[in-house]
Design a protein. Structure first.
Length: 144
């Protein structure tokens, strides 16, 4: 399982917007600060708008804001909006025969446990957590 560049960009975008929560943020500004492609970032923004995690503000001081508190948006929510289901395998192999069925069930439990562990980490880390961790590392406090 690999998280695509879109998923990685989405997290960087959400943290940057959270850091700058006192104002609207343009895609070009995020792209410049994070060293990302603004065209590609626009596609990511579109998915996050549809998911309801961002809202757009029109006008001369327009841009994007978080649509809910950063404490309520988990890493898992953001990644699922971009990637879909997060799982270590695409699907399970289904084969005929009793012994194969038992083997698939036994091994399938490993994949289920792994998927649960991955999603547990992603669902217990919020955009606010990432913003605070970033703030601590650069020695600057942001209000969330």
């Amino acid at each position: 399982m690999l998280i695509s560049s879109k998923g990685q960009y989405a997290l960087r975008l959400m943290v940057d917007i959270s850091i700058n929560s006192g104002s609207t943020v343009t895609v070009k500004a995020v792209a410049r600060r994070c060293g990302l492609s603004d065209k590609y970032l626009e596609q990511v923004t579109s998915s996050l708008l549809k998911a309801g995690y961002l809202r757009s503000v029109r006008g001369p001081r327009g841009g994007y804001r978080l649509n809910m508190p950063a404490e309520e948006i988990t890493v898992g929510m953001v990644l699922r909006a971009i990637e879909g289901r997060i799982s270590p395998i695409d699907n399970r192999v289904d084969e005929d025969g009793d012994t194969n069925m038992v083997m698939n069930d036994v091994i399938g439990e490993v994949w289920d446990d792994l998927e649960s562990a991955i999603n547990n980490v992603l669902d217990n880390k919020t955009i606010a957590n990432l913003t605070r961790e970033y703030s601590d590392r650069i020695g600057y406090m942001y209000s969330i």
